[in-house]
Design a protein around this ligand. Structure first.
Ligand code: KG4
Ligand code: ZN
Length: 348
């Protein structure tokens, strides 16, 4: 079965073609990736310091059809080779989701194919199965993106149990807001991480929110505020030496990343212990973070679990994860989960 995947939930237009044959034959799942095309709108939104929903929707409209052509070309497939169309149904920006939903459903109707709405987070959650060292079920997924931070017990395709989540900012959101405080361009997560690499360990005593809360929930808004307080304190000293300012930025970035990573790792360890799972999967945009991967690897060694990562290009939003989740859903439900003709998106 060849599934076309369409992702338009936020500021990336992703289109991909996935062949379920390797999965069905117990071969490595990544062998099913036939072709993909991706356009990121980051440059367009940068001037506004965040995603402008109306601009995002319009750009998805402009891009989606050329990207489909590009993905088909990459996969060396024709429209007539497609067996089903999967699209991101939510959560995300309503207008942006509607573009993908309307496009996917119209195409499916025109080609007389089934269409299936996919939960964006399920796409992220299953994408580690596309990695070189794919995990076995059951596993714990640490899902860290711009909009979500969750710990999930994944027992199989469609079998997910939420163990804990953020009570306020998502991890990626905390990264982006802190990066903005330090004058980095939106979305600053990756740049902040890079800056932190040059920073000094432990110069600032930043909080590790909810580290000892006893549950598996998170909270990151206080950490961001603690950085803001340090920035204001530094500015009030009137320092003008550019080297000293650069050092401050790097050191505060380092301490921010260390605090956030410490909480993510500690709660992941707790989730593994609580469920008896031996496999941890990192998913979502923040999953590209080097410090987090390094800390999880160290923890895995110490506590005897295995850490799995999706390929870095599949950490952030993309069409492959939607095509893949669509294929797995169709197989698991024997096509029972395909959706009707209505443009039913679920922004929340
Ligand atoms: O999963 P994603 O592409 O979109 C959402 O569904 O939210 O995640 C985007 C988030 C952004 O907040 C971005 O700053 C963050 O992932 N991100 C990173 C890194 N790369 C992307 N955060 C920290 N370190 C990185 N290397
Ligand atoms: Zn995402």
């Amino acid at each position: 079965m060849i599934v076309l995947g369409i992702e338009t939930s936020c500021d990336e237009t992703g289109v991909a073609l996935y062949n379920s044959a390797p999965w069905e034959n117990n071969a490595p799942a990544h062998q099913g990736i036939m072709g993909q095309a991706l356009h990121t709108q980051i440059a367009m939104h940068r001037d506004y310091g965040g995603v402008v929903p109306e601009l995002a929707s319009r750009d998805h409209i402009r891009r989606v059809l050329p990207l489909l052509d590009e993905a088909l070309l990459a996969a060396q497939l024709e429209l007539s080779d497609i067996d089903a169309v999967a699209y991101t149904q939510g959560p995300g920006l309503a207008g942006a989701l509607l573009v993908g939903s309307a496009f996917a459903k119209s195409l499916a109707q025109g080609l007389k194919l089934p269409s299936i709405g996919i939960h964006h987070l399920e796409g992220h959650l299953l994408s580690p199965l596309l990695g070189i060292s794919a995990p076995q079920f059951p596993f714990i997924a640490l899902l860290v993106s711009g909009g979500h931070t969750q710990l999930m017990l994944v027992s199989g395709v469609g079998k997910y149990q939420l163990l804990g989540e953020t009570l306020d900012d998502a991890a990626g959101e905390a990264f982006d807001k802190t990066a903005k405080l330090l004058g980095l361009d939106y979305p600053g997560g990756a740049a902040l991480s890079k800056l932190a690499e040059t920073g000094q360990l432990g110069r600032f005593d930043l909080p590790k929110p909810m580290l000892h809360s006893g549950d598996l929930d998170f909270s990151f808004s206080g950490l961001k505020t603690a950085v803001l307080n340090q920035v204001n304190k530094f500015l009030s000293t009137g320092v003008s030496d550019t080297q000293e300012i650069a050092r401050f930025h790097a050191d505060i970035a380092r301490c921010f990343v260390d605090s956030l990573v410490a909480v993510l790792v500690s709660k992941s360890e707790k989730a593994l212990k609580q469920t008896g799972c031996k496999h941890l999967v990192l998913a979502g945009g923040v999953g590209a973070n080097v410090q987090l991967r390094t800390a999880l690897n160290a923890s895995a060694k110490k506590h005897g679990f295995e850490a799995h990562y999706p390929p870095v290009d599949l950490c952030t939003d993309n069409g492959v994860m939607i095509a893949f989740a669509g294929a797995l859903r169709m197989l698991a439900d024997n096509n029972g989960s395909t959706t009707s003709g209505a443009f039913d998106v679920k922004p929340r």
